[in-house]
Write a protein that binds this ligand. Structure first.
Ligand code: MLT
Length: 267
């Protein structure tokens, strides 16, 4: 098989066991800035910019599995063996693919507003429509509209500057990269079966006001894995790293400690 393994730029901060923080769509590693100062006191944080974002150029069409292989390449370079992965939304899809491809490397998996299920037909069709809109020059309108949708109503109304900054961040991702991500998400594998068989702990973080991943779905899905941490965030939509970073940092901290302690006791 001819593998397409993208070269992914990343930053590494802190000391201690490694947590890989994988951003969602249409972000870059910068989205984790709100929690990294706190988390890096106890963990080494590896923070990639997926292809077409931040410091990583677009490298043609990449699949979710390709991006997971790119993350494995980073860990090879860094000489890291076992990690906890935290993936936000699309980053969660990459983290799940990583866990399927490289299970021996995973001490724990945190799904931050994400799902193990593949897109259903309705979702695929909706994404194809968005691709058409972007192709016809609608990139900016799409980014502005989807960004509004990321926040809970209450947060959006009270924190207009954060919404504006998020729109600006989204607009840094060019048309081709947006389309490449949407194609990658349409084509991703379902990981529900995989997640039901893994031995490592899984964290499920859901916002009660999330318009993209409904928290009720997360509550149903979280029974799929064997060792679960489940946290519901009130007054929070799809983006707790902006809407509630203090709680997110604390939850990831607790989960990371649990996973690495468990791993040490098993080894
Ligand atoms: C994301 O936040 O990464 C995306 O909205 C995920 C998705 O569209 O499935």
């Amino acid at each position: 098989m001819n593998l397409n393994i993208p070269e992914i730029s990343y930053s590494s901060v802190g000391t201690g066991p490694v947590i890989v923080l994988i951003h969602g769509f249409p972000d870059s590693g910068a989205i984790w800035e709100t929690i990294s100062d706190d988390l890096c006191k106890a963990f080494t944080l590896i923070i990639p910019d997926l292809p077409g974002t931040g410091a990583t150029p677009m490298q043609g069409e990449v699949t979710i599995d390709d991006m997971a292989r790119g993350i494995d390449l980073i860990l090879e370079k860094e000489g890291v063996n076992k990690v906890v992965l935290a993936g936000h939304s699309m980053g969660g899809y990459v983290a799940l693919a990583f866990a399927r491809l490289f299970p021996e490397r995973v001490a724990g998996l945190s799904l931050v507003h994400s799902t193990a299920a593949a897109d259903d037909e309705e979702k695929k069709q909706a994404r194809l429509k968005v691709i058409e809109i972007i192709r016809k020059g609608g990139r900016e309108t799409f980014i502005r509209q989807m960004t509004q949708n990321l926040f809970s109503d209450s947060y959006r109304n009270l924190h207009v500057a954060d919404v504006v900054a998020k729109v600006e961040a989204g607009l840094k991702v060019d048309e081709n990269s947006l389309i490449a991500f949407y194609k990658a998400m349409i084509g991703r594998d379902d990981n529900v079966d995989m997640i039901s068989k893994v031995a490592f702990p899984v964290q499920w973080i859901a916002g009660i006001d999330d318009n993209i991943i409904n928290y009720k779905k997360t509550l149903r899905d979280c029974h799929q894995s064997n060792i679960n941490f489940v946290t519901l965030y009130s007054n929070c939509g799809h983006i707790s790293m902006i809407e509630n970073p203090v709680k997110l940092a604390a939850d990831l901290h607790q989960f990371g400690e649990y996973c690495f302690n468990l791993y040490r006791n098993i080894e």
